[in-house]
Design a protein. Structure first.
Length: 261
């Protein structure tokens, strides 16, 4: 890209092989490595480090001190080629760390329009959807999956291989060592389900009949003292086959760590 279309501070260090899209801004003392691709109109603040095989989309904002694409914190990592993929319009605040995958060709994948607040951390091989919020110091271990519109509270560690379902909310200061079912709200220590994330669903314009249906599903899964297998069967037999119910059935049926209850 012609230099005239970029706004690069003279103290920034950018490898000549890095690919920067039209209108990219790079602030003072930031470092961008040779295998980095940054999409158009992305803004990189001061003292940021973007290295490794990191590919970013358009209109991301990266704030002071963020480190993207450095070697994963994994004792199994042995210098193999792995990557970090970041979509469009993500907000990556101060001192956030986003790490690539472990394993040849492995990736950490992050979608669009996510908020990573100050000092939040995404470990190796994680998959994060769209419209996700990680509050300050939220920490994801390796292989964590976060579905669309989920919210993780501040100072909250998520154990490796745990999944957080879509539109779920995990309260701040707790820890998740098992999967959190979609649409639910979790808190307390040890973590437990308090009920439906109704406020979040309403903010995302879920119709009342869908919210009422999910309230009934919550009672089946968490209040009737059924096994997960029994709850799945009840959802299949007693509920209409809406997208939300089908997703609950899939999520419950594919949980390998068990669910927070």
């Amino acid at each position: 890209m012609p230099a005239a279309s970029l706004k690069i501070h003279p103290t920034a260090i950018i490898d000549a092989r890095a690919q920067l899209g039209e209108g990219v801004v790079v602030g003072p003392y930031s470092l961008i490595g040779p295998d980095v691709v940054i999409g158009a109109q992305t803004e990189v603040g001061s003292h940021c480090v973007i290295v490794g095989h990191t590919v970013m989309g358009r209109k991301n904002r990266v704030f002071t001190g963020a480190v993207l694409g450095s070697e994963p914190q994994d004792v199994k990592y042995n210098g193999e080629l792995s990557g970090l993929e970041i979509g469009d319009e993500n907000m990556i605040r101060e001192y956030v760390t986003l790490q690539p995958g472990t394993g040849e060709g492995a990736k950490t994948v992050i979608g669009n329009d996510n908020w990573f607040m100050i000092q939040s951390h995404v470990g190796h091989n994680c998959v994060i959807g769209n419209h996700v919020k990680l509050a300050n110091l939220a920490t994801l271990g390796g292989h964590v999956q976060i579905e669309d519109y989920a919210t993780i509270g501040g100072v909250t560690p998520i154990h490796q291989f745990v999944r957080i379902g879509c539109h779920a909310m995990v309260g701040g200061g707790f820890r998740a060592v098992q999967d959190v079912v979609p649409y639910m709200m979790a808190g307390d220590e040890p973590l437990r389900i308090y009920g439906l994330n109704q406020v979040g669903l309403e903010r995302n314009q879920f119709p009342k009949e869908t919210i009422d249906l999910l309230k009934k599903a919550h009672r089946v899964i968490f209040r009737k003292k059924l096994t997960v297998k029994e709850a799945i069967e009840a959802l299949k037999v007693d509920f209409p086959s809406t997208d939300e119910i089908k997703h609950l059935i899939e999520f419950l049926g594919s949980s390998s760590r068990g669910i927070v209850r």
